[in-house]
Design a protein around this ligand. Sequence first.
Ligand code: GLC
Length: 746
Amino acid sequence: MFGKLLEYRVNGQKVEITFENKTACIEAITSKIINVFAAFQSDRHDSRAIEGDKRIPCSIQVEREEEALVIKTEDVIVRVYDEFKVDFYDINDKPISLEYRGKRTPLYHVPESIKKFLQQEGHTFDINEAENFKIQSVRTLDKKDTIYGLGDKTGVLNKRYYEYEMWNTDNPDPHEDSFKALYKSIPFFITLKEDGVYGIFFDNHNKTYFNMGKESEDYYVFGSEDGNLDYYFFAGEHMTDIIEEYTYLTGRMPLPQLWTLGYHQSRWGYETEEEVRRIATTMRENRIPCDSIHLDIDYMDHYKVFTWNKETYENPEQLISDLKEMGYKVVTIIDPGVKVEEGYSVYEEGIKKDYFVRDKDGEVYVNQVWPGDSVFPDFGKKEVREWWAEQQKFLINKGVRGVWNDMNEPASFKGPLPDDVQFTDEDHMSTHKEMHNLYGHNMAKATFEGLKKYDQRRPFVITRACYSGSQKYALGWTGDNQSLWGHLRLSVVQLCNSGLSGFPFMGTDIGGFGSDTTKELITRWVQVGCLSPFFRNHCAKGRADQEPWVFGQETMDIYRKFVNLRYQLLPYLYDTFRITEQTGIPMFRPLVLQYEKDEKVKNMNDQFMVGEHLLVAPVLEQGVTARLVYLPEGGWYDYETKEYHEGNRYIMKEAPLDCCPMFVKAGTILPTFPVRDFISEDKDEMLILKTFGENGRYVHYQDNGEDFAYKDGEYNEYEFILEEGVLTTNMLHRNYKQYQKIEVVL
Ligand code: GLC
């Protein structure tokens, strides 16, 4: 398609290359981040993931080799050949990622002769046999390569051998490993090699395809029919470097308010104010720590966004303020679909100002969601985002402390939105087809801006759909899972890969959203949930209740034990969030992120790390009360029994129903809080340091957990040093009220 490489021109850090049939360019964003670009749809980047100019000055050297154009930075060598084939080498000229130049050899075939025959029984053929996309890159796979990332996809941790699509999708069927797409589109992955690592971000928000070696062992393919060839190559020594670079480019999750790391209780179907009050009281009576109650669509008047159902929720202000007295923050759901109804101010204003998307003939486009006939805000337009941001005042003024954005793929009940519905993309007209994957992103951004402006605390925005870069605005959850053991297992993989994909603040509906949970399942689920970034029990209307107390005393006691564990670990978890804000490295991570040379963890789907110091091996199977745990190199202490284990081995661990195997890395100084009912004003009273081993160092961060004062330096940073069992403290930064007491438990 590109033809022969003819000539090139160096323009700063960019090299513009002319081929026989097309032009293209290679640009060093930094010495480790290389952009590969060829215009197909427009001659600019059109990125909505990357905001601002991310270029860091670096020098590049460009020279001609016999067949290739060679571009060198301090960290990467790029060779560009005819047909715009692009290879990446490290600085010692060792190949890192090469284009595949052989013949495509799909492993699977369905002979035409039997296709029809099979179709008679209803079989479908959704294989992209040797699919050639207009825009694509086919790159070699080495025998030992493993692949991670791609967002919240189902399946296993290592994405090699599987194929996926990026097209934000609300599919209410039980999430299966074979699903190619779910709610989020994060076209970024990390390839771990036997002796190296790299990342690729295909910044194309149209529908994109990733065949990660399913077609053939020898190569993988990513491509699209639309948009541009526009991808970033990240070089580094470790997986963590790649995440740091990707999140440098697309932005990092900002530090959230501390209470948001507490326990959240939700369900679709708290139909009345009384019910909410009952939940709040029962929680306190049973001493289950809880910081937040979420109100699903039930609180609205006929599911009209930014309204309140005064019949069932007579006095929302009073309710919210009473709950506040009890230590709860209220989070409310908001969907994008605006009910079509004369006299409804949000609808009328949006119509008057032309804020809703229109069909190809220019009529305001109507589909159905919860309120019935609904219209869809055109969030790609700045004025619409500003208007939506302003709507948040309605909630904030009532005392709402967080907004949960749902159905923003966008989901619709009367078939999907047609491709040609007219959407805006900032300064130009676009279509649903092009803007689909950005809809949730833009909605979350608008909500974030609204909360930031009118609430002035760190915005707490949850989103179901997103694109790369949404981590700057929102956290997420894995959507409508079900009360299935398979979905508990899946949650570990989804949270690991989301974290590796720069979208670290994630949770799952604990207990399962659809179908009915069981005592045992919810017990095992809260054990994973309490160690997940976002910790919320949520369930669908019409399904069995699943608040902590409904399964009787024993289940509730175990449930409480793990919510207590969460509250004890809060200072540690908050530290991991601070690290994420600074580096992008997630709290919830697969072992491979930390032990990338260890073959045993490259495909580990059932263990995870919480920060650098805690290793968790949850029970994910019904009826199981013991499991094999792999401990990587180093020494490990059993969190409960304090028993010491040498690493680099498997151990058998008894795990009765009230135990979730957790191990602490030797040399850890773990900051903890006393158990409390909610994160109250006295959060700064006491810190308890638990030490595991004789020697170690730990940096602990403390701030007011609420606003942006920390950005002006209002925070403390403690350095704890453990030497031969003796602990000393240094203040690395002191500009906030210190703990009244620090207790050490050796
Ligand atoms: C969607 C959401 C779910 C919510 C329901 C009703 O299915 O994913 O969490 O409870 O809508 O609002």
